[in-house]
Ligand binder design. Structure first.
Ligand SMILES: Nc1ncnc2c1ncn2[C@@H]1O[C@H](COP(=O)(O)OP(=O)(O)O)[C@@H](O)[C@H]1O
Ligand SMILES: N[C@@H](CCOP(=O)(O)O)C(=O)O
Length: 328
């Protein structure tokens, strides 16, 4: 569930009256998502008399409000460059976000599409292409935000969980701390950078058939290595849910799609197995931390860190032929 705050009809009408979007017709809480409260808002479209839909997000946790301009301006920058990213709707004063009862809210363009459940190689190709598109478009984005979920943080987070508690989740989990220390030592620093999404899991991609209609949830976006973003998608999309079975065709289609828009350098391709290990560690660490941080009474389903520990095992054995296109 992801509606943490009850917003009544008056509060919603009052909010929409600050935007040039027409009058509020309906508002439905959206069940998907974890971090923020989201509503699907419909208005009568004002003078244009064509009904319009928006997403209203209330920022509940994790997000530092001082960073909202980075995330929301980024959406506008990417959308203006033609990327399938929702625009931020500005209020009549030009502001990208407002406050209700001390919490920040933003109105965002609604994009059509459904997150793929069992993605095909055609869809992976399209996702790779769209990712390269945002990397290229974001190179002229002036904002800057460090990646706060990098190698030092994985090591720190796993160490804070402690080997005993990690073993309570699964006896194979404590070893990820050693792997994290080792990957931190080897982590590259000189690969090409841009703004990266850094969490482009299937639930953050909307698709209509084989076309990417929306890339959403940019609240982990930061300035980092572009190839790392590709590695995150590789790890998140190309395995079965348990993390035991890798689908080579999906992986190849993803890299081919990316390459078709922005050719990877030899250095980036060589680094991909290591970057993919890092991607797994980032999600092992945050999921293990959340495992202990999420009380049994919470209405949020805990995500299993082992799904990414198994993927990590896979990448430890992989070489970079995994990321090399098949000979023509
Ligand atoms: N711009 C959008 N267009 C259409 N649906 C959206 C849009 N933004 C969010 N959603 C819907 O809201 C859900 C939760 O949004 P998300 O930003 O992923 O929340 P959280 O940050 O809490 O994970 C998504 O799964 C999607 O169904
Ligand atoms: N994709 C991450 C979870 C990110 O959290 P979200 O609430 O922003 O979707 C994972 O699967 O661990």
């Amino acid at each position: 569930m992801a509606v943490y705050t009850n917003l009544g009809a008056e509060a919603l009408s009052e909010l929409t009256s600050h935007y040039d979007v027409g009058r509020l017709v309906s508002a439905k809480g959206i069940a998907e998502g974890v971090s923020n409260s989201n509503w699907l808002i419909e208005t009568d479209g004002g003078e244009k008399r064509a009904r319009r839909q928006f997403i209203l997000t209330m920022y509940e946790r994790r997000i530092d409000i001082a960073e909202l301009p980075y995330f929301l301006d980024l959406l506008d920058h990417l959308a203006a460059a033609g990327s399938p990213v929702p625009r931020t709707i500005h209020d009549r004063t030009g502001a990208t976000h407002r406050a209700i009862d001390g919490k920040a809210v933003a109105l965002i363009e609604f994009l059509p599409g459904i997150s793929p459940d069992k993605p095909t190689k055609e869809q992976l190709f399209a996702v790779g292409e769209a990712l390269a598109g945002i990397h290229l478009a974001a190179q002229s984005f002036p904002g800057h935000r460090e990646n706060r979920l990098g190698p030092s943080e994985w090591v720190e987070t796993l160490a804070r969980c402690g080997e005993d508690r990690l073993a309570e989740i699964n006896p194979d989990l404590p070893r990820t701390l050693d792997v994290a220390r080792q990957v931190k030592e080897e982590w590259p620093t000189d690969l090409p950078r841009s703004v990266i999404h850094s969490d482009l899991f299937p639930d953050n991609v909307l698709m209509v058939g084989d076309r990417v209609s929306g890339l959403i949830d940019f609240y982990f976006a930061c300035n980092d290595m572009m190839a790392y973003d590709l590695a995150v998608i590789h790890a998140a999309w190309c395995f079965d849910e348990s993390g035991n079975v890798f689908n080579k065709e999906l992986g190849r289609a993803l890299v081919a799609g990316y390459d078709s828009r922005r050719a990877l350098s030899d250095e980036e391709r060589r680094a991909l197995p290591l970057l993919a290990k890092g991607a797994c560690l980032r999600f092992v660490a945050s999921r293990a931390f959340d495992w202990f941080d999420t009380g049994a009474e919470a209405m949020v389903t805990r995500k299993d860190p082992m799904q990414f520990a198994r993927r990590l095992d896979f990448y430890e054995k992989a070489d970079n032929s995994l990321f090399t296109p098949p000979a023509a």
